[in-house]
Structure formats: structure tokens, C-alpha cells
Design a protein around this ligand. Structure first.
Ligand SMILES: [Zn+2]
Length: 484
């Protein structure tokens, strides 16, 4: 295991450097496919599988070694599904199609960013409708193959003893499907009133929701210029006992296809944050989010690759635990805003936040249903989920298969929502224990000692319960949204 994990660390570091080059130079880097294949081979190594099977359930006399055996067992199961050659091949083929896709908006070929931008900012409703419909061509093109990929994932998951792919993927993070569904539904039901209130009780078309809640309502960007982001972040970090000059974290403003990305290339020595920010509070929040990922990676004190890793749902929670600092009025007031302006800035972000949570909940719940019945009417089911959670009319125009996450990051959407659920519970407990969190080094020390340093040596749900005094639930997030 030692040898395999050392090699896994090296392979991931080499792969990370090439991925960074790919983003920086905007062209494919030779050698990536070989490294990906080696990573998959290590994760399915028969010699390790044999050793893990022999040791599982036995006491190796060392709790950390026992934990490593348990984590390897989980990882081997997941790799047998996601790393199986037919799943890998079909996924790569679909991902190439989805990533390189162009979208036809009223006779003009545009990229995905332009489609999303139009849905947020285009004042003409007919132009927004055309942008919304432009997902159709890609969705129709990949629909059949994506259903095939879902059937394959289900079949491989059943072959390793899970009841289906959704259950396997959630189980990898220690989550039960019933529990996740109940949490997402509870959160949406608890915010229904606030959400319809923001839409003034109107029924709107699906291409209106983003425009009304994100485009029109955003707080003024002038107070949060892009040019001041890094000095602001570094000053904030120093106030909290961090040393940004010797942190191992570098921040790069690069034009990437995502809003932001944190790459733990060779932690704790080399973690890179990639960001393509504009002006505005939302971009500052995003920088704090990515910096949260980076601190989580550099603050991890575990020595081996498997103990350093944590499931994506908890990685998102750690990122949001830093982003939540920017949702405090005193954080905004430090930019020269009066208390009333600071409150107004936080309040103005509520529509976008609720929309973010509800869109992700709708996509997650739709996806679970799609794995239950990959032959069903998925365009209809996608429209029904959006109508329910976004309060819009139901329009079954083909779009679902153009959602790149279903191909490349399957069963991932709930992680964003649960990340906020976890971060809200952590912040409530942290405030109760250390007082106001901004300008308070004890808050960062709390995150480091309770969560970053132990890494995967302690199960994330155990860490949350120990630090907050109760198992995870959505009540703190609901209270926070209600207060906003
Ligand atoms: Zn993130």
C-alpha cells in the first residue's frame, strides 16, 4: 500500500501539472492519457485488492492502518465501476462531444459561456428563449449514448453488490440516498415561500428565472473590483493568522471554461487556484470558495495519499466554509460600506443563492430518477423537476443530455447543496464557540484543527458531529436563508 500510494501521489502530481499546462496553453498535452490509465490501474491493482480483502474487518493493530484498508476497499469498489474499460471509453467519447459543442442561437454559433450569459443578461425574452432552446441539438445527439452509459454504470454497480449506480456513488461518500433526497426536498420546501416571493408569485417561463433572479437583482459591482481581489484576500488571510507568501498556494487569473478551479497538484507544497473573475461580490465569494479548497488541501497533515483524500461533498463543504465568511455584513463593511449597505449587499444575493441551491437540487433529483429508469421520458422528467423547484412553466424541449455533469461528474449535483448544508452547520457552531468569525484567527484555527488537519483519517460525518455537537441536518442553512 505504501508503494502504491506513493506512486499514486506522483502520477496525480504529474497529471495535475499537465492539466494546468492545458488550461494555460489551451491545447492538449501529450502523456495525459497514459497517466490517466496508470492512475486507473493503481486504483484497481489486484495485489492491493487481495491484501485489502484479506485485512478487511480484521484489526491490524493500528487504527490508521485500519482506516486505510477501509478507504482502499471503498475506492476499489468505485474504481471497478468508473474505471472499467467500457465505462471509461463511452464517457470519454461523450465528454469530447459535450466539451467541444457549439450552440446555435438564432443562426449564430456560440460557446456555452455565451448561452449562459444570454440567459442571465439578455433583456429580450425571445432572445433568451432561443438561447435556452440551443441546448436541444447537443441533447438529441448524445441522448441515446448517455442512456447507454447510465445503463452500463448501473450494471457495473450491481456487479459489485450495490443496488444501483446512484446508491454506489452516494455510498462512496458515506451517504444514503433516502437521506440525501429528504434533505434536498426539506430545504426546497422550507424556502418555497421566499423563492416564490422573489418571483412576486408570477408563473414564469424557464428562460426567465435566471434573468430575474441573477441578472437583475445582483448587488452593485463597483465596490468589489477585480483588480483589488488578491490584495484583499491576502490582507484578510494575514488577519487570520495565515501567511499567504509561504502557503504553497498560488493564484492564477486564467480564462478557463469554469468560474473557478482549485488544483491540489503536490500539496502542501503546490496548490494552484485558477479563476476567471469579473467585478462584483459574487466573484469575491468565488475566490474565497476556491481559496477554501486550497487551504483544505495545504492544511491536511496526513502522510499517505489515501488518508489525504476526502469525498467531493466534504471538499465542497470546506470551500463553502471559507466562502461563508464573505456572507457576513462585517466582511462587506470592511470595503467601506455602511452597515445598512452591507446588509443590502448580502440580501441582494439571496435570489441568486436560492436559485443556485434549487437548480442543483432539481438536477440531482432528476438524475436519481433517470438512473432508476434510463428508458423513460427524460426530457419530460427534466422539465417537471425544473418546474417544481424553479417555479417555472413545464417545457419538455430536449435539453437534459446536454448537462455535462451527467456525463463527466455523475451523481455530483447534490454535493454543492450538501456543501452549503454542512458549511452552515459548521459556521453556526464556530460562531457559538469562537465569537464573530471575521478578523478572528480562532475561526481559522477551528477549521484547521477540526477539519483540515485530520484529512481522511477521520470520517467527515464524524468530524462534523464532533465539532458541531450533532449529526448533519439542514436546519442551520434554513435558518440562515430565512435570516437573509
Ligand atoms: Zn468547489
Amino acid at each position: 500500500m505504501d508503494g502504491r500510494e506513493r506512486r499514486l501521489h506522483e502520477v496525480r502530481a504529474a497529471l495535475g501539472r499537465l492539466q494546468f499546462q492545458q488550461y494555460a496553453e489551451k491545447r492538449p498535452q501529450p502523456g495525459m492519457a497514459e497517466l490517466e490509465a496508470e492512475q486507473a490501474a493503481i486504483q484497481q491493482d489486484p495485489a492491493v485488492a487481495e491484501a485489502v480483502a484479506a485485512w478487511q474487518g480484521r484489526d491490524p493493530g493500528d487504527p490508521l492502518l485500519g482506516r486505510r484498508v477501509e478507504l482502499w476497499a471503498r475506492s476499489l469498489r468505485r474504481a471497478a465501476v468508473d474505471g472499467s474499460p467500457d465505462v471509461l471509453r463511452l464517457r470519454r467519447e461523450l465528454a469530447d462531444d459535450v466539451v467541444s459543442a457549439r450552440y446555435d442561437v438564432g443562426g449564430r454559433e456560440v460557446d456555452l459561456g455565451a448561452v449562459r450569459d444570454a440567459l442571465r443578461k439578455e433583456p429580450d425574452a425571445e432572445a433568451r428563449r432561443r438561447a435556452w432552446l440551443s441546448y436541444g441539438a447537443l441533447s438529441r445527439r448524445v441522448d441515446g449514448r448517455l442512456r447507454e452509459l447510465m445503463r452500463l454504470r448501473n450494471a457495473r454497480a450491481r456487479a459489485v453488490g450495490a443496488s444501483g449506480y446512484v446508491e454506489l456513488a452516494l455510498g462512496h461518500a458515506g451517504l444514503l440516498r433516502d437521506q440525501v433526497e429528504a434533505t434536498l426536498r426539506r430545504l426546497c420546501a422550507a424556502t418555497d415561500g421566499a423563492f416564490t416571493g422573489l418571483l412576486d408569485g408570477r408563473r414564469v417561463a424557464p428562460w426567465d428565472v435566471g434573468y430575474l433572479l441573477e441578472g437583475q437583482a445582483a448587488p452593485p459591482a463597483g465596490r468589489f473590483p477585480r483588480a483589488e481581489m488578491l490584495p484583499r484576500l491576502h490582507a484578510w488571510a494575514r488577519q487570520h493568522g495565515l501567511d499567504p507568501d509561504r502557503s504553497g498556494i498560488s493564484i492564477h487569473f486564467i480564462d478557463i471554461p469554469y468560474n473557478g478551479l482549485s488544483m491540489p497538484i503536490d500539496p502542501p507544497r503546490d496548490v494552484r487556484v485558477l479563476l476567471n473573475p469579473g467585478d462584483g461580490h459574487l466573484y469575491y465569494k468565488l475566490l474565497w470558495h476556491e481559496y477554501g479548497h486550497a487551504l483544505h488541501a495545504t492544511g491536511n497533515r496526513q502522510a499517505t495519499a489515501v488518508l489525504r483524500q476526502e469525498p467531493p461533498v466534504f471538499n465542497e463543504a470546506m470551500a463553502e466554509s471559507l466562502a461563508f465568511f464573505t456572507l457576513e455584513p462585517d466582511w462587506v463593511a470592511a470595503f467601506g460600506a455602511s452597515p445598512a449597505e452591507a446588509e443590502a449587499t448580502i440580501r441582494a444575493g439571496l435570489g441568486a443563492w436560492l436559485l443556485w441551491l434549487r437548480t442543483r437540487s432539481a438536477h440531482a433529483l432528476f438524475e436519481y430518477g433517470a438512473y432508476d429508469d434510463p428508458d423513460g421520458d427524460l426530457d419530460g422528467a427534466y422539465a417537471a423537476a425544473e418546474a417544481r423547484y424553479l417555479g417555472c412553466d413545464e417545457d419538455p424541449a430536449p435539453r437534459w443530455a446536454a448537462n455535462a455533469w451527467f456525463t463527466s461528474y455523475p451523481v455530483y449535483w447534490q454535493n454543492y447543496v450538501l456543501g452549503d448544508v454542512i458549511a452552515a452547520q459548521i459556521h453556526a457552531a464556530m460562531r457559538a464557540q469562537v465569537g464573530p468569525v471575521n478578523g478572528n484567527p480562532a475561526a481559522i484555527a477551528f477549521l484547521r484543527e477540526q477539519f483540515w488537519a485530520p484529512g481522511g483519517s477521520v470520517d467527515w460525518q464524524v468530524k462534523v458531529e464532533r465539532a458541531t455537537g450533532r449529526p448533519l441536518d439542514a436546519e442551520d442553512l434554513i435558518a440562515r436563508l430565512a435570516a437573509t
